[in-house]
Ligand binder design. Structure first.
Ligand code: FES
Length: 117
């Protein structure tokens, strides 16, 4: 299940062993029904599977289209990201929940807005 990680895991990200040890996690998405992460590659994959209204583009941590605001809980990254995150932001394409998390989606895409400055 985690074979893809052996090729991609940078040293500052979760190890394969850490990922394999993670328990399913509740994802509370403000204004939407609760969802669950159950071992998907990323939080974004889990929310996509549940038809949650999330944005994405590169799915590799570069564009910022999948930015969400982490209001409580903790996430860990599965790959190195290059998009410049600000305090409280997470990239859903590149992280997984380490606990029950509560997130809020931005009204407008953060990546496009930040690239204009
Ligand atoms: S989809 Fe591009 S950073 Fe997540």
């Amino acid at each position: 299940m985690w074979d893809w990680l052996w090729k991609r895991r940078p040293s500052n990200c979760l190890s394969v062993q850490e990922l394999q040890a993670l328990a399913p996690a509740l994802v509370q998405l403000q204004g939407h029904p609760d969802q669950h992460w159950q071992g998907e590659r990323s939080l974004l994959d889990a929310l996509d599977k549940a038809d949650a209204p999330v944005r994405s583009s590169c799915r590799s941590g570069n564009c910022g289209a999948c930015v969400a605001y982490l209001e409580s809980g903790e996430v860990g990254y599965t790959k190195e990201v290059t998009f410049p995150l600000e305090r409280g932001e997470i990239l859903m394409c590149s992280c997984v929940p380490l606990s029950t998390i509560r997130i809020r989606l931005p009204d407008k895409p953060v990546g496009a807005r930040r690239n204009k400055h």
